[in-house]
Design a protein around this ligand. Structure first.
Ligand code: HEM
Length: 232
């Protein structure tokens, strides 16, 4: 009986992890879409995009609180699933002395927890540096359609003129690709979409998404570094 209830709660945790993971994939796609304006030689394009978001006021705060909640649910459920798997594995080894087919899966989950922890640390650093970085009061000012706005473009360009920042971003974006590849597939497994017809489609979509998103994010710092002459 207790095994049954444990099983059910583990399915629930996986479901939360999968659904929040897919929500985060959606955020990452939208975020990359906005950031692609950084490739333009016109700084107003990126600054106007950022200003439009900031002008949403209360709606933006609500979206940010929602996003933070999704991140927290994703992280807590991921750690919880990971810990239950570790416990189950230790118990299985003890009882049977053999993990059987489970070992392949557990290697994937171990790599997911590590790439996940690195991504979490990255996002905290990223948000502190850019979102909560210097703004209008520190001289990062521009004028858009007669209105004063934060020159976020200047901040991002200065940030990626630094080879250390560019190197960290390139490495983390590759890890993001790995995390998304396995995570996308895993989310659909948790949602029960395990079917000979759909699984290959989900797998391929996961690969394409992971490559496109990692490459898109990775090219931005490299592009800016080259365009700023590569000096700090
Ligand atoms: C080259 C890559 C990236 C660039 C240039 C970039 C740029 C930015 C900028 C400029 C902001 C501040 C926006 C503002 O204050 O209005 C921001 C916020 C943020 N970024 Fe990124 N980003 C990149 C990659 C990522 C990745 C890979 C993730 C997540 C996996 C991410 C997650 C976030 C989050 C959560 C915020 C805070 C959003 C908010 O509170 O409104 N970013 N990013």
């Amino acid at each position: 009986m207790s095994a049954k209830s444990k099983g059910l709660s583990s399915v629930g945790k996986k479901l939360i992890n999968g659904l929040t993971g897919l929500g985060l994939v959606f955020f990452v796609i939208v975020h990359l879409g906005g950031n692609l304006t950084l490739f333009s030689s016109n700084p107003d394009l990126f600054n106007s995009y950022a200003k439009k978001l900031h002008d949403l006021g209360f709606l933006l705060y609500a979206a940010e609180i929602g996003l933070l909640a999704v991140f927290i649910f994703h992280i807590v459920s991921a750690i919880s699933v990971y810990m239950s798997k570790r416990k189950a594995r230790a118990y299985g080894y003890h009882m049977k002395g053999n993990a059987g087919g489970a070992s392949r899966k557990s290697i994937s989950s171990v790599s997911m927890i590590y790439t996940g922890i690195i991504l979490m640390a990255f996002i905290i650093w990223h948000v502190i540096s850019l979102k909560f970085g210097p703004g209008i009061d520190q001289g990062y000012t521009t004028v858009l359609k007669g209105e004063t706005a934060r020159d976020l473009h200047k901040l991002v360009y200065e940030y990626f003129a630094n080879p250390f920042n560019v190197s960290v971003y390139v490495i983390v974006m590759v890890l993001l690709g790995f995390h998304l590849r396995h995570g996308f597939w895993s989310a659909f497994q948790s949602l029960g979409a395990n079917h000979p017809k759909y699984t290959p489609v989900i797998n391929t979509t996961g690969y394409i998404l992971a490559i496109v998103l990692a490459a898109g994010f990775l090219l931005i710092p490299i592009w800016i570094f080259i365009n700023t002459g590569g000096g700090v």
